[in-house]
Write a protein that binds this ligand. Structure first.
Ligand code: ATP
Ligand code: MG
Ligand code: MG
Length: 351
């Protein structure tokens, strides 16, 4: 049987690995950390750094296709891997999404609405950008940000000095603050044959920059739902994408605005594990393995709640709830802000 190589051994890598095993694949995870969620459920673990060229070559030769659970894979590692095995999703999706400027340029180049934005490297750039975009606004590092890290809110121009200091010299992007009513995301998949399938959009609530809950169905009109799915499909087609992508959207009276894209399975897609016959993890494995995409029709209403930090202490109670599907990541130590697991509370959809 074939072996799926997964770069990254966090919870996303773990759940990809479980899905792959269920389809009869072997899995091989590449992860510098030792005792990681992905390694617990994979057949092989390459415990090596991304600058270890021999390990990267050995990993690539041990697998049939390379996929990943995070977008910040060093370019030098990808250069080595791609000479040996296909990388899915491909390089273009990584190039575009590794930098918030490239990503915004790509999205606006497709004619999609984004927040107004400008590149900011210096305090002078920031003054100019605030002059054009106004406040409130958010200054974000262009690279490596997640869970709201590397972001500074600028409520008035007086906040600029602190915001640029918060970037610690890293290249940044200023985004105008979008006055949204709520946030939704589309988990979309595209196969090697170019077929596209989207899961029902989910409605996302964040707390302190971290996703707390995703609820399906989202509050969207039929027209908004159509817009959301069509714009996601355009993004995937434009990248000749293979695999699952998360597309985060702001809902505004003027229409949908794209916040960001993630070229991988996405936290806001975890509800699919208990809401669909084929979940986002299986869908991703199907796509990267060249299988036909599965049926992502939603059979249930679901509220996904992330278990973050101390939330893990509530597991004994949650385990007694009816219709609650627990997914725990097996992380040894619990830290504030750390994603320890999630629970999908399910209500069968009325016919
Ligand atoms: P993730 O963990 O989703 O990758 P991230 O660190 O990349 O998060 P963003 O998604 O850019 O960060 O921002 C986190 C949250 O901050 C958004 O979901 C949204 O609630 C808010 N936010 C970000 N950018 C804007 C904006 N331009 N206008 C209004 N709110 C915003
Ligand atoms: Mg992000
Ligand atoms: Mg986000």
């Amino acid at each position: 049987g074939a072996t799926i190589g997964i770069l990254g051994g966090g919870q996303l890598g773990r759940m990809l690995s479980v899905a792959a095993s269920r389809l009869g694949f072997k899995t091989c995870v590449f992860e510098p950390g030792g005792d990681c969620p992905g390694s617990h459920v994979s057949n092989y673990h390459f415990k090596a750094d991304y600058d270890d060229e021999d390990a990267l070559r050995a990993f690539a030769k041990a697998v049939d296709v390379v996929t990943y659970e995070f977008e910040n894979i060093p370019t030098s590692a990808l250069d080595i891997l791609e000479t040996i095995r296909p990388i899915r999703p491909g390089r273009e999706a990584l190039r575009v999404s590794q930098d918030r400027m490239t990503e915004k340029d790509f999205l606006s180049g497709l004619g999609l609405a984004t927040a107004p934005y400008a590149a900011v490297d210096t305090a002078d750039d920031l003054t100019g950008a605030i002059g054009r975009i106004g406040t409130p606004a958010i200054l974000k590092t262009r690279r490596f940000g997640y869970d709201g890290k590397g972001q500074a809110r600028i409520m008035t121009p007086a906040d600029a000095e602190q915001a640029i200091a918060d970037m610690a010299g890293a290249p940044a992007i200023l985004e105008g603050f979008v006055d949204f009513s709520h946030e939704v995301s589309v988990i979309a998949a595209r196969g090697t044959d170019g077929a596209v399938a989207c899961f029902d959009p989910g409605e996302n609530v964040h707390r302190e920059g971290i996703l707390r809950t995703t609820t399906v169905p989202a509050r969207l009109t039929a027209a908004q739902r159509t817009d959301a799915v069509l714009l996601a499909a355009r993004i995937l087609n434009a990248l000749d994408y293979v695999g699952v992508m998360g597309v985060e959207l702001f809902v505004t009276p003027g229409g949908l605005i794209v916040n960001e894209i993630a070229p991988r399975v996405h936290n806001s897609g975890h509800w699919t594990q208990n809401g669909c016959a084929v979940d986002q993890f299986e869908q991703h494995i199907r796509a990267v393995a060249g299988w036909p995409l599965g049926d992502g029709t939603r059979h249930s209403d679901v509220i996904m709640e992330n278990l973050i930090g101390d939330d893990i202490d509530r597991v004994p109670q949650i385990a007694r709830e009816p219709h609650a599907a627990l997914h725990l990541y097996g992380k040894a130590d619990c830290k504030p802000g750390r994603k320890m697991g999630h629970v999908n509370r399910v209500k069968p959809r009325e016919a």
